[in-house]
Write a protein that binds this ligand. Sequence first.
Ligand SMILES: NC(=O)c1ccc[n+]([C@@H]2O[C@H](COP(=O)([O-])OP(=O)(O)OC[C@H]3O[C@@H](n4cnc5c(N)ncnc54)[C@H](OP(=O)(O)O)[C@@H]3O)[C@@H](O)[C@H]2O)c1
Length: 341
Amino acid sequence: MRLIVVGFGNVGRSLLSVMMEQARDLDERFGVEPKIVAVLDSKGGAVDSKGLNMRELLETDTKEGTVAATPKVGQFGLTPLSVIGDVEADIVLELTPTNPVNGEPGISHIEKAIRNGKHVVTTNKGPPALAMRRLQRMASQNKVLFRFSGTVGGGTPILEFTKKTSEADEVQSLRAILNGTTNYILTQMHDANISMDEALSQAQRLGYAEKDYSLDVNGIDPALKLTIIANYALEREISFKDIRITGIADIRLEDVQNHKRERRKIKLICSIDDELSVAPVPVEAAQPICVDGSLNSVQLRTKYIGETTLVGPGAGGLQTATAILSDLLYIHQTRSQGNEA
Ligand SMILES: NC(=O)c1ccc[n+]([C@@H]2O[C@H](COP(=O)([O-])OP(=O)(O)OC[C@H]3O[C@@H](n4cnc5c(N)ncnc54)[C@H](OP(=O)(O)O)[C@@H]3O)[C@@H](O)[C@H]2O)c1
């Protein structure tokens, strides 16, 4: 299985660590031997059709800040579009930052891969949230697979849990907490009685919040995830613009503490029923969906099962790497059964 990795940040680096640790298991259990033939970041890349040395890539990136500095195989200025077009590979992993405005450069990388007959796995939320149907159609026309399990819930399989449930049952409504940063902030305001600003600085110090936290606090990140769930797992035809979004910026410590006295917690709830929304809502503290810290949760109300809830870490490099591995195994198994997209 020859892989091109586009984007070598937290997720890309974690993936290589997990692959090195799991190499023997992947081979013995599934007959999969991942070979990284190219890796790119924003400064350039490294290419070797015989397979790059994963340890050397990680060491070079740690020391030099870019894989382009890898001895012999590294090259500054190399671009993803040229490598995806020119280097022979089976699968492109698109792991560049999420752009909620137009999905670029991720969408262009994915289109190029599909046109070149390469399967795609991405953790970048922009492309599946803004162009899922178009990319799925393109993939199917080109007989390749397009997978994005890590875009929602990190390693917690929220997309497959929801999809599997909705196939055999009727999902009447969904409520979910899909953003770890805002959940951490709201939890600290509730438990430690501190202001939003203080909780946010704490989240940044602990590495939960990005330097640019506006996508989280304004509710854009969870709305992108909700769009992916609705279109992929519930097969609704909705666009990101259909979601009514309210972030947590206006939540005051006083509101949080008033609800605490009534055994409720304010949570940034994503919901799908007759309409789609992301908004801060008071939730009974005893409800299974009412998780704390950086956890995510999703609760489905269905016709036959009734209520069912999944809880787990919503992000993290190593956790998200397992979602990528699961997509790689899905592609491997689908190909070995002779089923293309
Ligand atoms: N971190 C998580 O827990 C998590 C969980 C689920 C989903 N995701 C999503 O997964 C994606 C990757 O996340 P991450 O945490 O690994 O991000 P990150 O640490 O910011 O890394 C992004 C990587 O992409 C590279 N990059 C940026 N623009 C590029 C371009 N035009 N061409 C080639 N490479 C480019 C960056 O290179 P430079 O370093 O040279 O700029 C960096 O190597 C994001 O879309 C994120 O939303 C992350």
